[in-house]
Ligand binder design. Structure first.
Ligand code: KIV
Ligand code: ZN
Length: 513
């Protein structure tokens, strides 16, 4: 019988550590519900002790999700562990995930602790966590760059204290597949009580090998849990990508001989939801979920695929959710059809009032755009004006004038709390003029790190433009996303959405800080 490979998704924790990817509680809940539909085994919902906001997110997700285990990260100290346990309390199935650095570099420079102190702390923290939870994961941070002898001592001790999963992070993405696989195998062979825990891999993608390293950890090392994120989201070059690992194991079952519980038909919807929520767009040639992943441009390939699909395709597009990505609604669609589509997309609105607001937006959009795709619906639901979370800044109206040979000019009307502002400015183009108008009134001084426009659905200029704006202010980086058929309006929405995130002042302790 084939072993099961446990899929541990950390989009909401490690993924969220990407610059500007922080999500609101509603956004995280929406993604968590979709992860549950995807049948992910474990969802790392956040790092409860890092901020009150994260605590509330973990708590809400632990209460809402029944079919996946909900996990909170915690540093190896009593306060963090107690906070994690408190946030998870009452959840159907929960896990505390402890981490403590074990590499010489991290222990000396970051923790300023001796190896003996780290050893003792790892043991005590695991004991404390085990008294609060029957499911405890221990991660030696920067494990792959740690001294193997020391790592063996620490891991043997934490297993003896009751750790049920041992995760070996390649925190900085330094590993090479064969070496990482052998590293895990070596640990499992040398540690006498290794068989008392499930072994897990957690790889970062700095050298572009996170997926390959994770799979080597499974095949060579014998790990049976992979930690990954949707779209490979994560700090720097990101984490191991869930969709790539899952499709590799499924497509090459002949080689891996492992079962995964994932319902792969949900992959694409979730990829889009994560991209639209965080503003981290998926590159067109990204495996599995990129716009070109199943597109055959060359004549020879097209001809081959038409004659027999498996000449050039190793996976079926519909198996990862592409076939369902068709025109779904239009101008004549009613409220019930709209509500059903929200349900199919796994989107739960908090109240009938929210559904009504979303439906009104849908009708407005359908008047301007004949075909409404799933991506349009996701973007529409994320529009801050339809969610219950009342945002501080809201776009009310925008007009702009641009003409060849003239300097563009924009007038923007927006709300800031109870106040209504009218702002005007010139700019290099209509987008520049609109954002300058907002800034001239608010004087935030935020620095723009990124501005990008993307068509939400491919194929025509009728598509909505989706704009991502990344702002930096006071040491914080946030992404704002806005969608509209008019890209100037989308830009203003994205700018205000980023300002809302700065305004919300979410503060958290960095997991690897
Ligand atoms: O990359 C890493 O080391 C981590 C740990 C906190 C598990 O994300
Ligand atoms: Zn990580």
């Amino acid at each position: 019988m084939a072993d099961k490979l446990i899929i541990f998704d950390t989009t909401l924790r490690d993924g969220e550590q990407s610059p500007g990817a922080s999500m609101t509680k509603d956004e995280k809940l929406r993604i968590a519900r979709q992860l549950e539909r995807l049948k992910v085994d474990v969802i790392e919902a956040g790092f409860a002790a890092s901020s009150n906001g994260d605590f509330e997110c973990v708590k809400a997700i632990a209460h809402a999700i029944k079919d996946s285990t909900i996990c909170s990260l915690a540093r190896a100290n009593d306060r963090d562990i107690s906070r994690a346990a408190e946030a998870l309390h009452g959840g159907a199935s929960t896990r505390i995930h402890l981490f403590l650095a074990t590499s010489a570099l991290h222990m000396e420079k970051k923790l300023r602790m001796t190896p003996e102190q780290v050893f003792e702390q790892a043991k005590l923290a695991t004991r404390f966590a085990r008294n609060l939870s029957g499911d405890v994961e221990f991660s030696p941070e920067d494990g792959y760059r740690s001294d193997p002898d020391f790592l063996c001592r620490v891991l043997e001790a934490v297993i003896a204290e009751g750790a049920t999963t041992i995760n070996v992070p390649d925190t900085v993405g330094y590993a090479i597949p064969e070496l990482y696989g052998k590293f895990i195998l070596d640990l499992r062979t040398r540690i006498p009580n290794a068989d008392k825990a499930i072994w897990s891999v957690h790889c970062h993608n700095d050298l572009g090998m996170a997926v390959a390293n994770s799979l080597a950890g499974v095949t060579i090392g014998g790990a049976r849990q992979v930690e990954c994120t949707i779209n490979g989201l994560g700090e720097r070059a990101g984490n191991c990508s869930l969709e790539e690992v899952v499709m590799a194991v499924k497509t090459r079952r002949d080689y891996f001989n492992l079962d995964v519980a994932i319902d792969t038909t949900q992959i694409l919807a979730l990829s889009r939801l994560v991209a639209q929520t965080t503003g981290f767009v998926v590159q067109p040639n990204k495996a599995v979920v990129g716009a070109n992943a199943f597109a055959h441009a060359s004549g020879i390939h097209q001809d081959g695929v038409l004659k027999a699909r498996d000449t050039y395709e190793i996976m079926r597009a519909e198996d990862v959710g592409w076939a369902t990505n068709k025109i779904v609604l239009g101008k004549l669609s009613g409220r019930n059809a709209f509500k059903q589509r929200l349900k199919d997309l796994g989107i739960e609105m908090a109240s009938e009032a929210e559904i009504n607001a979303a439906f009104a937006k849908f009708k407005e959009l359908a008047d301007r755009k004949s075909d409404i795709f799933d991506e349009d619906i996701v973007a529409l639901v994320m529009d801050e004006s339809v969610t219950a979370e009342h945002e501080h800044y809201r776009l009310l109206a925008l007009s702009q004038h641009s003409e060849t040979g003239e300097r563009p000019h924009a007038t923007v009307v927006f709300a800031a709390g109870e106040l209504e502002h009218h702002a005007e400015s010139d700019g290099n183009g209509p987008v520049d003029a609109s954002l300058k108008a907002i800034e001239s009134r608010l004087q935030t001084g935020a620095e723009m790190l990124l501005y990008s426009v993307n068509a939400i659905t491919s194929g025509s200029t009728e598509s909505q433009g989706e704009v991502t704006v990344r702002l930096q202010h006071g040491g914080r980086v946030v992404n704002g996303v806005g969608a509209d058929p008019d890209i100037v309006v989308a830009s203003a929405k994205a700018y205000l959405s980023a300002l809302n995130k700065l305004h919300s002042k979410i503060e958290r302790v960095a997991a690897q800080g």
